[in-house]
Design a protein around this ligand. Structure first.
Ligand SMILES: [Zn+2]
Length: 279
């Protein structure tokens, strides 16, 4: 049995991954320009704020194309480098996912990437064999109560944490994304940075309780929640008006991270899976 700890993950993506407005933009130069150097400038301060703690950093592959030093620095700092996707948009369609996996094959092989986090934590059952075939070993692309580690078509699935108000779900079938259905079923997806933005202190209390009961919860943060992109709210303005639910993702979370690291042990997801499955 491995020691309980917070399984800390960072979905490392451009600031504009928050909105669906640029999903159809496919020109890499245009996308890089839109990012405006944010993903490059944010990395060093984020790595510094992690200090000695190690996390899982799921990278959007196009960032590795723009700035090859980014995956290098993540690995050199001792963090787990994972795959978030090659180009950030909903990836529930299997053909889209296949193409996306192909596009990331070279850098994944180079860095021996083992883990996958689906964009928007959105996945279908049919994705698991594709991920396995692409050489991945685990996924963290569902929301479910802490303490669930399941094998799916030869691939481990370690869900992002929810707090189950009623009883624990008996079976976990994809998709289990952040939805009204999930909430109606009595599950609060507190591992989402949406919830962390709304009730950071309560999340720290929940984490404490989870650890005390021997569970290792999985939580997500994003780079733009730790380092503010230039004119962030102005650039998102229209999206925030039409999709006010995006707002909690824009709230700063660096003091949450600081408190988290001060109070709890953390580790990457891969370390936990290796310890748990070898035991
Ligand atoms: Zn994402």
């Amino acid at each position: 049995m491995s020691e309980p700890r917070v399984l800390l993950s960072l979905d490392y993506e451009p600031w504009f991954a928050l909105t669906r407005r640029y999903d159809s933009w496919r020109d890499p130069d245009q996308r890089r320009e839109l990012d405006g150097g944010f993903t490059r400038h944010a990395l060093d301060p984020i790595l510094a704020s992690l200090g000695e703690a190690k996390a899982s950093i799921y990278l959007v592959g196009e960032i590795a194309d723009w700035y090859p030093e980014i995956p290098q620095k993540i690995v050199a700092a001792g963090h787990e480098l994972g795959l978030h996707c090659q180009l950030h948009r909903p990836l529930v369609d299997e053909r889209e996912l296949s193409r996306d996996l192909e596009a990331s094959a070279a850098w994944r092989a180079r860095y021996q990437v083992r883990g996958y986090r689906a964009p928007m934590v959105g996945i279908r059952e049919a994705a698991y064999p594709l991920l396995k075939e692409a050489g991945l070993m685990y996924s963290s692309s569902l929301y479910a109560p802490s303490g669930n580690l399941h094998i799916r078509h030869g691939l481990w699935e370690l869900p992002v944490s929810t707090l189950s108000i009623s009883r624990r779900p008996a079976t976990l079938v994809a998709p289990r994304h952040f939805s009204a259905g999930l909430l109606a079923g009595g599950e609060v997806p507190y591992g989402s940075s949406f919830m962390i933005g709304l009730i950071p202190d309560l999340i720290l209390k929940i984490l404490e309780r989870e650890l005390r009961t021997g569970l290792s919860p999985v939580i997500i943060l994003h780079p733009y929640e730790l380092i503010r992109p230039e004119a962030f709210l102005t650039r998102l303005g229209r999206d925030l008006l039409t999709h006010p639910l995006l707002y909690p993702f824009t709230l700063p979370k660096s003091s949450f991270l600081k408190n988290l690291l001060k109070n709890f042990p953390v580790s990457p997801l891969l370390t936990y899976i290796e310890e748990t499955t070898h035991a």
